[in-house]
Design a protein around this ligand. Sequence first.
Ligand code: ATP
Length: 234
Amino acid sequence: MLLEVVDLHVHYGAAHAVKGVDFALDTGRTLALMGRNGAGKSTTLKAIIGLVRPSSGTIRIGGRAVQRLPPERIARLGVGYVPEERRIFQELTVQENLEVGLERRRGTGRSALERAFALFPSLAERRHRLGRELSGGEQQMLAIARALMGDPRLLLLDEPSAGLAPKVLDQLAVTLSRLCARGLALLLSEQHLGFASLLAERVCVLEKGTVVFRGSLPELIADEERLRAHLGLG
Ligand code: ATP
C-alpha cells in the first residue's frame, strides 16, 4: 500500500481537529476526502505532508512511518502537495515558478519542465507570463505542475476545485486521470461532489474529524440521507 493513515489524531491546542481517521490509498488510485468546512480534511492532508504534527497515530508512505519526519523529507519520499491557497509566486514567470519546484529534485530539470509543458499546453503558451497575470484555472494548473516537478508518486490536492469554472475542472480532471493511469496516486479534499465525481474512485466523508462514510462515489451519491446529513446536499 502506498499510503496508510492509521488512527490519526491531530490537536490544535485543546481543539481535537482529527479524531482517529483511517484510510489507505494504493498506487495509481484516487481518493477524495469530503465533508463540510472544518471537518478536518485540510488538517489530514497537512499531517500527511508533515505541516502539522499528529498527536497520535501512524502515517506510512511506501511502508515507512513518516509522522515524525519534516515536510522536506516526506516530499523526498515522493509526495507532492498543493495547498488550497496555491501559493504561486506572483512576480515570477510560469517557467520560474516551475523551476522553484525543481530545486527539490534530483536529475535533469529540462526534461521535467518539458514534461510539465506537455501535460499543460496552456502553461507552455504562457511560460513567460507572470504568476499574477494568470487566470484562477491557470494558477491552479501551475500549482499542480509545480508539485509534479519532483516526480511524486502521491499527490495531495487541497480543494483543487475552489473558485474554478466547470470547463477548467473538466480539463483538470482529464489531465489528472491521465497521470493516475501512469501510476500517480491522488488524494484530494473536496467539499463538492462535482469535481470529486469526475475523478475519485473512493470517498471518505469526514464530519467533525471522524470518518462517517467510506465507499465508492456512486454509493455516496445514492445515499441521499447521508449526503444531506454530512455534506448539506441531496
Ligand atoms: P476547510 O475546507 O474549511 O479547510 P477542513 O475540512 O479542511 O475545512 P480543517 O481546516 O482541517 O477542516 O479544520 C478542522 C478543524 O481544525 C476546524 O475546527 C478548524 O477550525 C480547526 N483548525 C484548522 N486549522 C487550525 C489552526 N491552525 N489552529 C487552530 N485550529 C485550526
